[in-house]
Every structure is written in structure tokens, then in C-alpha cells.
Design a protein around this ligand. Structure first.
Ligand code: NAP
Length: 372
């Protein structure tokens, strides 16, 4: 098994990749649409995901016109990004992203539901009061019902517990996930940002309830390596997830934009950091930007771009099933998708990268959300 920190073993981008079942062809597929050429990875749990997935956390709400949202989602789907990741609170404001996807499923994407893997989550604040966040069965059940209504679908493909909740027994939270599967409202279930220790507990509870947690969604990037750190039993979160056969979906692999070169010459007015979003400008220290600059140089020397290097680095580990990117424009998404045709990082590149793959203090989701 690859140990990401040691730079050894199998780094092939294509490890675990299998071609799509449909014929690979840039021309029409007989339904008047282009056929995707994006490779998939399949986890031992059976979940098959495109190596690049798209998330609708930011840029799918009040600050972005519906036309721009539509352009991005349709472009993604037509390029084979068939995994659309949602949550009740995405937009912003909450509910907006699910409402937009619901509109698209009723119009431009009508009849294409089964081509898509739709995931949603509940855990962060969606409405006021104690039943509007965390991990109670009441909240999870109500939230899933509301997500289905907004999306206009009978079931989502995966429903996640968005974060660990230390105030609710895990039996109740995981029990609500099990109930979601039994009711047919979620085809499969997963967890997000649970620490290695909490994941072990959740897996045990799920086992007892006869439900499988098929996927773990975790923050992972060149600037945020918490999933590699050993937990109390010596195993990292990546180890625990892989040994349980879970798919691993790595979110914010571009460090919310910090790993794109976007901030190397200042803070652009249209950037996430400038918009008062979840990328805090104080993270952009000289030290961190120095590492980003060095990574940019390594990317250029290898004939890559910085975002493609950042994504290839996360995908070097075959335990990662998909990188879950965000995008504000079609051009940004295309840049991320180019990683699928890049060669894997060489051992020399990995060795050069290692001193610059540092913790940048940007993990909003890790141990803190696991131990409250
Ligand atoms: P990311 O891919 O690390 O960052 C995306 C942002 O980087 C874009 O919105 C854009 O920001 C910038 N960017 C992307 N490509 C670029 C390029 N080629 N050149 C310049 N800038 C570029 O991912 P993220 O948006 O933080 O998160 C992705 C998804 O992960 C979310 O949508 C969500 O589905 C999931 N997520 C899950 C959790 C959880 O708790 N489970 C938490 C966070 C995220 P600008 O607006 O500055 O252009």
C-alpha cells in the first residue's frame, strides 16, 4: 500500500482506473450527445467515480446567475464529470445549489438522471435551532426529505453525514443513514470529515446495523495532509478507509484556489478570498505562498500547470477514488480535467514536491469537526 509521505511505491495516476463502460468516442453516442472520456476509479465498496468530480459548495447560489450555473454544470456533465456533489447548505445561501440542480434535472438534464451520481449531505447548519444541524436522526431525516424535494428525485445516490457530532450517539446518526437506505431515499451512504478514530467507531456501528458506509469524503491537498497522520491505533484516516474498502473522495484538492497560482501576485477581486468566503485571506502568508511558488516552478519544469500538479499529487495515491474540485468558470474546470490525460508524477517530481507539501493551517474540517 502506498504511503504518500515516503515517496515510494506505485504512483501511477492510472492505478485503479478503468475505462467507462460506454464506448470511448468523441462523437455522438447515438443520443445526440458527446460521450465522456473521463476515466473512472472503482473502490472496493463498489462505488465507481470519475477521477475528477465537481462540487457545488460555492458559486451555485445568490452570487452567480442561473445561466452561469447551468453552463458550468452542463459542461461538466458533457465532459464526463457525472458525479455532482451537493449538500443542504451549498450555494450559498443554503438550499440554493440543490434548487439549481433540481431546475436543471427538470429541464436541460431531463431524462439524464441515471447518467449522474448525485450526492448530498446534512450536518452543518441549514435552518435555525437544534434540529437544523449536527447529527440527530430528526435533522438527518428531515434534511434528506427536503433535499429530495428540491432536487425533484426519488433518491440520491449517496447521502452523507457531513460531520461527526459528539452530542448525538453515533448509533443515532449512523442509524439515520441506515434508515435512509432502507427507505430507498438514499441508494448508499457515507461520512465526511470523521477522524480516523471516529471512522473506526462509525464503521463498527454501521456493521452492527447491517449498513455499509461506502465512501468517506475528506479534505486533502498539498497544503492539508491531515488524512495521512496516524490516529491512536497507528493508522491514518486513509489507512482506515482503505482497509474498510471505502471510496475516498478528496475535497478542496486545490486548497480552495490557493494551489492554482491565483494568489501568487495578490488577491484578485473576483477570487474566493476577496469575496469573504471560506478562504481566509490571513492564510496567504509569505511562507505558504513561498511553497506555492516553488510548487508552481516544479509544475512548469515538468510541463504541467500548478492545478494539474496539485490534482495529480492527490491522485498519486490509489486509495483516493476521486478528486472533488470546485470551479467558477468552464475554463477552470477544463484546467482541472486536463489532469486525466497527464502522465503520473515521476519519482523525481514527487521528491521535489515533498518539502513544499506542507500543512498550511487551512483545514476547517479535520479533527476539530470530528471531536466536538
Ligand atoms: P477546490 O477545487 O480546492 O477550489 C476551487 C476554487 O479554486 C474555485 O472555485 C476557484 O476559486 C479556484 N480555481 C479552481 N480552478 C482554478 C484555476 N484553474 N485557476 C484559478 N483558480 C481556480 O475545491 P473547493 O471548491 O474548495 O471544494 C470542492 C468541493 O468539495 C465543494 O464544492 C464540495 O462539494 C466539497 N467540499 C466538501 C466539504 C465537506 O465538508 N464534505 C467541505 C468543502 C468542500 P475562485 O472563486 O477564486 O475563482
Amino acid at each position: 500500500m502506498l504511503s504518500p509521505a515516503d515517496g515510494s511505491s506505485d504512483h501511477r495516476l492510472g492505478a485503479g482506473v478503468r475505462p467507462l463502460a460506454r464506448p470511448v468516442d468523441d462523437g455522438p453516442d447515438g443520443y445526440g450527445r458527446p460521450v465522456s472520456t473521463l476515466p473512472h476509479r472503482r473502490s472496493p465498496s463498489g462505488l465507481s467515480l470519475p477521477v475528477v468530480s465537481i462540487g457545488l459548495w460555492q458559486n451555485f447560489g445568490a452570487g452567480t446567475s442561473f445561466d452561469d450555473q447551468r453552463r458550468l454544470v452542463l459542461h461538466a456533465v458533457n465532459r464526463g464529470v457525472v458525479h455532482l456533489d451537493l449538500a443542504n447548505n451549498y450555494g450559498p445561501p443554503p438550499f440554493a445549489a440543490e434548487e439549481s440542480v433540481g431546475r436543471l434535472l427538470g429541464r436541460e438534464l431531463r431524462g439524464r438522471r441515471d447518467e449522474l451520481l448525485l450526492t448530498t449531505k446534512a450536518g452543518y447548519r441549514a435552518w435555525p435551532g437544534p434540529y437544523g444541524e449536527l447529527g440527530s436522526a430528526k435533522y438527518l431525516r428531515a434534511s434528506l426529505d427536503e433535499s429530495l424535494r428540491r432536487l425533484g428525485v426519488d433518491a440520491v445516490d449517496v447521502f452523507y453525514s457531513h460531520r461527526f457530532d459528539g452530542t448525538t450517539p453515533l448509533e443515532e446518526t449512523v442509524g439515520a443513514l441506515a434508515q435512509a437506505v432502507r427507505s430507498g431515499k438514499a441508494r448508499q451512504v457515507g461520512i465526511s470529515s470523521y477522524s480516523a478514530e471516529r471512522t473506526v467507531e462509525a464503521l463498527r456501528v454501521a456493521d452492527g446495523l447491517g449498513v455499509r458506509l461506502v465512501v468517506h469524503q475528506v479534505a486533502y491537498s498539498l497544503l492539508n495532509r491531515w488524512v495521512e497522520r496516524p490516529g491512536p491505533d497507528g493508522r491514518s484516516l486513509l489507512d482506515v478507509a482503505a482497509q474498510a474498502g471505502m471510496a475516498v473522495v478528496a475535497f478542496s484538492p486545490l486548497g480552495q484556489g490557493m494551489l492554482t497560482g491565483r494568489y501568487l501576485t495578490g488577491v484578485p477581486a473576483d477570487s474566493r478570498a476577496a469575496r469573504g468566503g471560506p478562504l481566509r485571506p490571513e492564510w496567504l502568508t509569505d511562507d505558504v505562498l513561498g511553497h506555492v511558488r516553488a510548487l508552481d516552478g516544479i509544475a512548469r519544469a515538468g510541463g504541467r500547470t500548478l492545478p494539474r500538479l496539485a490534482l495529480a499529487w492527490v491522485l498519486r495515491d490509489p486509495r483516493v477514488t476521486s478528486v472533488l474540485v470546485g470551479a467558477r468558470t468552464v475554463e477552470q474546470l477544463d484546467e482541472s480535467l486536463a489532469v486525466a490525460s497527464d502522465p503520473p508524477l515521476s519519482d523525481d517530481e514527487l521528491r521535489a514536491i515533498e518539502p513544499h507539501a506542507v500543512e498550511a493551517g487551512i483545514n476547517l474540517w479535520g479533527p476539530r469537526s470530528s471531536d466536538r
